[in-house]
Design a protein around this ligand. Structure first.
Ligand code: IMP
Length: 409
């Protein structure tokens, strides 16, 4: 771990290289203890990572997974869209478990507020689409629509009386989308958040991040969603509405591109996707079902069964071109333990069909293995093939759910 940390340097981003749910949370949790500042840059409560607090599992959507490391500043970036009751709920869960977060939470004044009506608009828009995107219905798209239209309400406005503005907005929303806004609830949510969060708002995030950098503080940035869901570079229109890449993360935090010293690309040993859109190596039949059951592949936000299939290396390389990966964290290797053969997508032939390199399975448990040399030969060959093909080293390998189930190379 020491060598890895030295190689990572002062500012590290953890970025998903597929369609999300690669297991970024575990990596953030493990690395979190070694960094001074933990930050989340973009997205909102569409993300979901399971955190075990006081022996109980919780799905956190807004706070970064590293927030359990006490005493460390936790930054929520300007690129985020924040549903205030969800954030307050997460703060309360931590408090009940004895983890105080409020006094170290730093929320950018530039982050936008997600109102309940954004969620209702999300559902209404999805309903109308001929080919649904399969959004999480957390109001993410509509909140970013307001942001881009310059009619969004930012966290800095928490100090203001928003009644007349929201009343006018309610009328507008009803006319446009047929959505009835519960004004009293929206105003109560604002009032609750004002009491608890007003003093945690950072007026200028770039100034704060600059001061961390000047003080040589190490910063760990937890990416949300993943590269192939990026609004610019993902599989549009089946994407989210934010920028999920390393540059998107820096933009969301107001940090200069050259401040990033490393970027860890997180890839699952196979591949999953929630929602609609292309998935070339998908296994829609019994093989996909087997991967889903073994990998527990059900959405942590929506509970939807995830679509499952094989790793597709050209996609992972594409993610590398966008993000500039220093290394990979390969997750959930043990899910493949019982596979006889493991196909890996390596490109398309002239007819546009995916070509596979079929690797031999290892048929032995790798669960909990913590030493590279103790992995079965076939598992090492699988990983080495990924490295040779992508030319990116796999320096971290997840072999189970526990924090300790990881190989560091
Ligand atoms: P939205 O972000 O809720 O608008 O959803 C847009 C697309 O991104 C849908 O296909 C979602 O399933 C997907 N998506 C959004 N957030 C995540 C995530 O954290 N993990 C996996 N998929 C996500």
């Amino acid at each position: 771990m020491k060598t890895l940390l030295k190689d990572l340097g002062t500012v590290t981003a953890i970025i998903g290289a597929q369609w999300g749910d690669e297991g970024k949370g575990k990596m953030t949790d493990i690395l979190g203890s070694h960094f001074d500042v933990l930050a989340r840059a973009c997205g909102g409560a569409n993300a979901g990572h399971t955190i075990v607090v006081g022996g109980k599992k919780h799905v956190f959507r807004l706070l970064p997974s590293g927030c359990l490391h006490e005493g460390k500043p936790v930054v929520l970036g300007s690129g985020m869209v924040i549903h205030l009751p969800t954030l307050l709920e997460e703060i309360d869960i931590l408090k009940a478990a004895g983890v105080e977060i409020l006094d170290r939470l730093l929320i950018s004044s530039g982050a936008h507020i997600v109102f309940d009506f954004h969620k209702a608009i999300d559902a209404a828009m999805e309903e109308k689409r001929e080919n649904g995107i399969g959004t999480t219905k957390k109001g993410i798209g509509p909140a970013y629509m307001d942001k881009a239209a310059r009619s969004g309400i930012r966290i800095e406005r928490l100090k203001d009386d928003l009644k007349s503005e929201l009343t006018a907005r309610a009328k507008d929303v009803q006319e446009k989308y047929g959505v009835i806004v519960d004004l009293d609830t929206e105003l109560k949510n604002i009032a609750d958040a004002r009491t608890q969060l007003l003093h945690r708002i950072v007026p200028s995030l770039p100034v704060l991040m600059h001061s961390f950098l000047s003080e040589k503080k190490t910063i760990l940035i937890e990416g949300a969603q993943a590269t192939l869901l990026d609004l610019d570079h993902g599989t549009y229109p089946y994407v989210t509405s934010s920028f999920t890449t390393s540059s998107g993360a820096l933009q969301g935090l107001g940090m200069p591109p050259r401040s990033l010293s490393s970027c860890i690309g997180v890839i699952k040993a196979y591949c999953t996707r929630v929602g609609s859109g292309e998935f070339l190596t998908e296994e829609a039949g019994p093989i996909g079902d087997r991967l889903r059951e073994r990998g527990g592949e059900y959405g942590s936000v929506t509970g939807r069964p995830r679509r499952c299939g094989w790793l597709h290396l050209p996609d992972v390389m594409y993610a590398g071109y966008v993000n500039g990966f220093s290394c990979f964290n390969l997750t959930k290797l043990d899910v493949l333990d019982e596979e006889e053969q493991i196909p890996v997508g390596i490109g398309k032939n002239a007819a546009g069909t995916v070509e596979y390199r079929v690797m031999k399975g290892w048929k032995t448990s790798t669960q909990g293995v913590r030493d590279w040399n103790k992995l079965p030969t076939e598992a090492r060959e699988y990983i080495e093939f990924i490295e040779t093909f992508t030319k990116v080293p796999v320096r971290l390998i997840g072999t189970g759910q526990a924090r300790e189930d990881i190989i560091v190379r």
